[in-house]
Ligand binder design. Sequence first.
Ligand code: FAD
Length: 435
Amino acid sequence: MKKGKSLWVDTTTLPSFPTLEENLKTDVVIIGGGLCGILCAYYLQQVGKKVIVLEKNKIGMGITKNTTAVITAQHDVLYAKRIKKDGFAKAKQYLEANLLAVEEYRKLSKRFNFDFEEKDSYLYSTKDITPLEEEVKALQALGVDAKLVDEIPLPFMIKKALKFPRQAQMNALKLINQLAKELSIYEHTNVINIKQNKVYTDKHFIETSHIIVTTHYPFLKRWGMYPVKLFQRRSYVVAIKNSNNIKGTYTNLEKAGFYFRNYQDYLLIGGNDEKTGVYQKQYENLVAFCQKYYPNNPIAYMWANQDCVTLDDTPYIGLYSHFNKHIYVATGFNLWGMTQSMISAMLLKDFITKQKNKYQSLYRPHRPIINKKLFLHMKSFFKNVVKPLKPRCTHLGCSLVWNEVEETWDCPCHGSRFTKEGKVIDNPATKNLYF
Ligand SMILES: Cc1cc2nc3c(=O)[nH]c(=O)nc-3n(C[C@H](O)[C@H](O)[C@H](O)COP(=O)(O)OP(=O)(O)OC[C@H]3O[C@@H](n4cnc5c(N)ncnc54)[C@H](O)[C@@H]3O)c2cc1C
């Protein structure tokens, strides 16, 4: 069994690119070569822009390498809640944007082979079905051909499942591999600053008209107040061998539940999500689940991953801050970054080419958000920042938590992670630890 390495990394080869060795000039610089950055670059290049992607390590090897790559507009129970909170029109906008993203992947699959497969997407419950009943009504009212079913091909009892038809799954690294061949990319090129219209590494700069920050957690903390409105959740995945075909993608409604998808003859099972820095035997729970329900299927891979979470379940895509009209951001995908990365690419292309896009205001990063999540996030920050324990995060000084299973120092405030030796693994921290 390969622990700490995803199935995708082991089975996909990515091309290599040079390091930036000179000063350059271009139309658009994209900082961060994950799925989001690569899609933004591809779509901008398609409309004639000269684009350069700068990646501090290797493309695809950030959060994207550990995704499960389900492409769906069914983001847990969302639409019923949204209609109640934001109204029918906004819920419909969110749905439409995500369905357009699914369609865009379908179009790309005609040109590129990235193991795109159409799948129905299911949300199941093993306990209370009221949320599913509310959700199916909401989806039907919004025009989705959704329905409740009694059975799904998983080896445990469920109460009901909500079927959302014609969604999809893919291999995100395979897509990056193919798109990247058409792009201008510099790897092992860490961006340390932006000043006016120049993007700086420690030795060189690129002069440009537009800058897009797709570094997962935005790396510049002096603008945009992202630490106030963004934290990270960690989730755990295994891939077991010799699986049967489950013919769909499945997510559990309950918090401690699991999600499922096939890839070739593997079955990926994930779940036990928690805020980064909170550990409750997540790997052990997954292994116990596999031993109980799939005793004859060996675990081939086991890995963990995290994603940025916003305060109102909607990503931040648009201007990085009020102060800079040429710097954009795409972040806060709430563990649904396949469709949200595609939406980012569409929106930011339209921003830069001055086209109207009806989803811009929905995703505006600087919309006012005052809710319970904001209060809880700030409370957690103050609790961890005053805790007198060492080591402390180099981002904003929170006391770090030792993650025994992965042997890393993790920040419970904003999700920065460091190796045992103190090297930064995950943003927003940009500096290594000093013990
Ligand atoms: C376990 C798990 C499963 C998931 N499964 C799904 C799923 O099934 N469906 C779905 O829709 N979503 C899923 N997601 C979410 C999805 O994987 C992410 O939202 C998405 O991959 C994020 O992509 P990204 O491009 O924003 O980030 P990344 O892939 O992290 O890309 C950011 C890049 O920026 C680079 N970078 C950072 N700082 C700098 C700098 N200063 N200079 C240059 N480069 C820099 C990094 O090295 C990195 O390569 C899942 C998330 C988790 C945690």
